[in-house]
Write a protein that binds this ligand. Structure first.
Ligand SMILES: Cc1cc2nc3c(=O)[nH]c(=O)nc-3n(C[C@H](O)[C@H](O)[C@H](O)COP(=O)(O)OP(=O)(O)OC[C@H]3O[C@@H](n4cnc5c(N)ncnc54)[C@H](O)[C@@H]3O)c2cc1C
Length: 498
């Protein structure tokens, strides 16, 4: 049987293993850690359950698609509920907005709370949908790095809205052009952080992101985000995929211009196809030391990382929901701290995810599991101990004021995750959450392709390569790999007497 080896059991690697198994490959996934999931881990602190990494789940059909592809009924493995409201937004001036799932209701709320005309909100959501529909087939669903992508009717669709693509303006410029209320602009600008970018630098094209959350929806998986990885590993194993844990890959083996397999901490394995779900920078630096690395691609600026405080809070806050945002007062300065000064603003925007709002069993009665996150630069040798201590203080001060409660005495469990830990746990270069940032208009084209144009049989998936980071894009990267990988021709044993 034709063998495929996948390096890493992050969500992209798991999805790629399923697609290759369905295609007929004999697939083995090698994972350095003791379990699957990569950034998508879960843990308990006392009686509080936490998803360690991703918290927002959009485009669930991309998960369902994997079960359907394998001839299974998705709901036998994985179920989820649409969130409504999606997010509670809070500003220092005391205003707040509930982002309802229904567009009309959301527009009415924005009008009531911020005075923004309802029709303008609806128009912004419609424009986001139009941008998505015009561009997704070209920019997200296919390799951007193959000629046949461009000889395709979908490209004509993308070209027809080229003037509206926002490639020459920033997200912020586009949003500020449409709205005068700085709070609503901030709400829309925030979507740049969904791929670790800066709205003051990222192209207006990224204004497709609100469509995913507001028009398609935000969802909570039963069992938490971790259930996505767990249910897909169950499927992969049923399809015959082998997972080898605690087995880090040390080198990708090659002969001439083809891959021949890989070498792990324990043995050498032959493979016709190798898929790296490891961050593309260490894939070249550590696993392919004798190959010429694509320096321009590897040196693209990294996306932001995260500083997270997981807090078990012994009280409930009825004014909070699953996703909550407490905005900074000066968004531009906050992003300058992250991307220019490589530091953290003393007044950071604070995101709190509380999954016990969706599933009360995830915290003790009368308590809540707070995942408190601040966007920070990737690790470039900063003093994280000091930055963490300062930021913890700033976050507490901000929440005390905006929630009119002294938070520190309510924290009965605590753990911290910083960029150094993210890097050491997953090999993501600098602990960046989404590979390279999208802080320039060519960023989409400068991401590493999903295949190697130097080594036959070598493919790439996951957040550091095309089309980008975040659960949906990692799943799409695996889909592209599945489509690019060669067809498997099995030798059919015909009965002797036939
Ligand atoms: C704090 C945080 C918050 C986030 N929030 C969101 C969110 O709300 N919504 C969203 O959609 N996304 C979010 N993301 C991003 C999302 O989690 C990632 O884009 C996605 O999970 C990355 O998946 P991946 O396939 O790239 O693999 P990764 O998760 O990066 O996993 C790679 C795997 O490869 C393994 N590996 C590395 N090197 C080797 C080797 N040499 N040999 C064997 N195995 C190796 C690693 O151990 C790891 O398990 C967040 C991420 C973090 C960290």
């Amino acid at each position: 049987m034709t063998k495929a080896a996948v390096i890493g059991a992050g969500i992209g690697g798991i999805a790629a293993s399923i697609r290759l198994a369905v295609k007929g490959f004999d697939v083995t996934v090698f994972e350095a850690n003791e379990t699957f999931g990569g950034k998508m881990q879960e843990f308990w602190l006392g009686k509080y359950r936490f998803d360690a990494g991703p918290s927002l789940f959009t485009m669930p059909h991309l998960v369902d698609e994997l079960f359907t592809l394998a001839g299974r009924n998705p709901s036998d493995y994985f179920t989820y509920t649409r969130l409504d409201p999606i997010t509670h937004y809070f500003w220092a001036d005391g205003s707040h907005v509930k982002a309802y799932a229904n567009g009309d209701k959301f527009a009415a709320e924005v009008n009531q709370q911020l005075g923004v005309p309802e029709q303008a909100v609806m128009d912004a959501l419609a424009k986001s949908a139009q941008l998505y529909k015009g561009t997704a087939d070209t920019f997200l669903h296919k390799s951007l790095h193959r000629l046949d992508t461009y000889i395709n009717p979908d490209v004509l669709k993308a070209l027809s809205c080229l003037s509206d693509l926002g490639l020459t303006t920033t997200m912020h410029q586009e949003n500020a052009k449409q709205f005068s209320d700085h709070r609503f602009v901030q709400l829309l600008d925030r979507f740049a952080t969904y791929n670790g970018s800066d709205p003051y630098q990222a192209p207006g094209t990224l204004n497709i992101i609100p469509h995913l959350e507001h028009n398609i929806g935000a969802f909570y998986p039963d069992g938490g985000i971790y259930a996505i990885a767990a249910s897909l590993v169950k499927l992969a194993e049923e399809l015959g995929v082998t997972f080898k844990y605690n087995e880090a890959v040390k080198q990708i083996l090659t002969s001439g211009k083809s891959v021949t397999g890989l070498e792990t901490s324990q043995a050498k394995y032959k493979a016709d196809v190798v898929v790296s779900n490891m961050d593309v920078v260490p894939t070249y630096r550590r696993l392919l030391p004798n190959q010429k690395a694509p320096e321009k691609t590897l040196q693209q600026p990294r996306s932001s990382s995260a500083l997270i405080f997981y807090w078990g809070i012994k009280r409930t806050f009825p004014e909070l929901h699953v996703h909550n945002i407490f905005f900074s007062q000066d968004y531009k300065t906050e992003f300058e701290h992250i991307f220019k000064h490589k530091s953290i603003s003393p007044d950071p925007t604070v995101y709190i995810n509380i999954t016990s709002k969706a599933d009360p069993q995830e915290a003790p009665a009368g308590s809540e599991n707070w995942f408190v996150m601040v966007n920070v630069p990737h690790n470039q040798g900063q003093d994280w101990e000091q930055l963490t201590a300062d930021t913890r203080q700033a976050v507490l001060q901000k929440l005390n004021k905006m929630l009119k409660t002294d938070i520190a005495p309510l924290i009965e469990e605590e753990r911290v995750l910083d960029p150094i830990l993210i890097e050491s746990k997953t090999s993501s270069f600098g602990g960046a959450l989404y590979g390279s940032s999208s802080n320039n208009r060519m960023a989409a084209f400068l991401r590493h392709p999903n295949f190697s144009n130097k080594l036959k049989g070598l493919y790439f998936c996951g957040g550091s390569v095309h089309p980008g980071g975040g659960i949906p894009l990692c799943l799409l990267s695996a889909k592209i790999v599945g489509e690019l990988a060669p067809a498997v021709h099995h030798v059919v044993n015909t009965p002797k007497h036939a």
